[in-house]
Design a protein around this ligand. Structure first.
Ligand code: LLP
Length: 385
């Protein structure tokens, strides 16, 4: 929700830009931290969701670790001040250079996604007389019941090591002198709104943890990934129910006294704290359709074009007016999928009206591109307003 002061401020800024509500971010982080702490759960923030400095600084201040998926993210996490013991490096395609840099930086652990990657990390660690801490990312074949493009834990997905490879994985861990096994890792998908799927995940985690312990390993870390969804239809109902989310794991995971439970939340922490603020360039009233052409497009927020994702669109220059007209809300990019919403009910809209595309804090600014040689998108926070 925007105050009159916010809107007056926006009208002085060059559009399009991401507007971050850092107060809301802080409230969300505090709610998550408190809910996790009540079960002694640990959260590593999935940096891929948003690595804007303003956001990272708040997240670091709360005390979360960083879950990184590239050398760039590891460097960034360390540069903004996350402790190296709180940096996890995941990802299906870590390059040799990325692995070497992470070894040199003594990060907390690698989440390993293939048998070959285990061999490579062991060799690269041996060459540097290092012991690499590793968690095995297991593909649990659990359906997350979310959009197919953001499902990661099924046999047909590229992520993790499949269950039938566990004996080979255990043998490799035992024969690799420069690897220290610390635990197991899972991530079944993103924008998960049906919490029941996490019960199925917990059952699989319990099975795999028992399997490793039966085979002579100590499983210190149970990393269950992230994926908690947000309500894109109600961006003003902003803070996800972290209590209910963590309770599922508290109830269904079998946690031994020496084990830690780790989470990698991204979207739930940052999703609601930003909007993309853009201006109406043109209104085209047609016989069959009315179009609003914005100065932001898929280059600034790719989710609708890529996943047909829904984001609430508001004309914040006319908040009091009735939504009397239906518009296809499109961007300026030369692609038909450059569309933020079809038949969107809005007040009658005019050139230079300000439009807010809500719930854009996660996988928004970070997925922006230069396609059509677009300028890099700007960002502001309420603290500057
Ligand atoms: N851990 C791993 C291993 C992941 O792959 C991801 C997200 C996360 C944690 C964080 O998931 P979250 O809590 O944010 O759901 N660009 C897509 C989402 C891609 C998610 C990729 N992995 C979107 O805009 O919906």
């Amino acid at each position: 929700m925007f105050s009159d002061k916010d809107i007056a401020h926006f009208s002085k800024l060059e559009t399009p830009f991401y507007y971050y509500d850092l107060n809301l971010l802080e409230q969300t982080l505090n709610a998550c931290y408190a809910a996790a702490k009540s079960h002694q759960f640990h959260v590593h923030y999935a940096m891929k969701a948003n690595f804007n400095d303003m956001v990272l600084n708040k997240i670091k201040a709360v005390g979360f670790g960083a879950d990184c998926v590239s050398g760039g993210e590891v460097d960034k996490a360390l540069a903004v001040g996350f402790a190296k013991e709180q940096v996890v490096f995941a990802g299906v395609g870590k390059s040799d250079k990325e692995i070497i840099d992470a070894l040199e930086n003594d990060i907390f652990c690698f989440n390993v996604e293939s048998l070959q990657e285990l061999e490579v990390i062991n060799e690269l660690a041996a060459a540097r007389q290092k012991i690499a801490k590793v968690a095995i990312r297991i593909n649990p074949n659990v359906d997350a019941h979310t959009h197919a493009n953001i499902t990661t834990g099924l046999d047909e997905n590229k992520f993790g090591i499949n269950s039938w490879d566990m004996p080979a994985c255990a043998a490799l861990l035992k024969s690799s002198a420069n690897l220290e096994f610390i635990g197991i890792h899972f991530h079944i998908g993103s924008q998960i709104t049906n919490l029941d799927v996490y019960k199925n995940l917990c059952n699989r985690v319990n099975e795999f943890a028992a399997w490793f312990e039966d085979h002579g390993f100590t499983v210190k870390v149970l990393n269950v990934g992230g994926g908690l969804g947000i309500d894109y239809h109600n961006p003003n109902q902003q803070i996800p129910d972290f209590t209910a989310y963590f309770k599922i794991f508290a109830d269904f995971l079998e946690v031994k006294p020496y084990q830690e439970v780790h989470f990698e939340l991204g979207r739930a922490l940052v999703g609601q704290c930003a909007s993309l603020i853009t201006k109406v360039l043109y209104v085209k009233n047609g016989k069959k359709k009315n179009f609003i052409v914005l100065d932001a497009g898929m280059t600034e927020l790719m989710r609708p074009a890529l996943y047909q994702a829904y984001h609430l669109i508001e004309n914040i220059s006319r908040l009091a007016a009735q939504a009397s007209t239906k518009y296809d809300v499109v961007g300026p990019i030369c692609e038909s999928t450059d569309c933020f919403g079809k038949e969107v009910p809005l007040p009658e809209s005019f050139r230079n009206d300000l439009i807010a595309i809500r719930s854009a804090g996660a996988y928004g600014e970070v997925m922006a591109s230069h396609y059509n040689l677009r300028e890099q998108v700007r960002s502001y926070s309420g603290e500057e307003a």
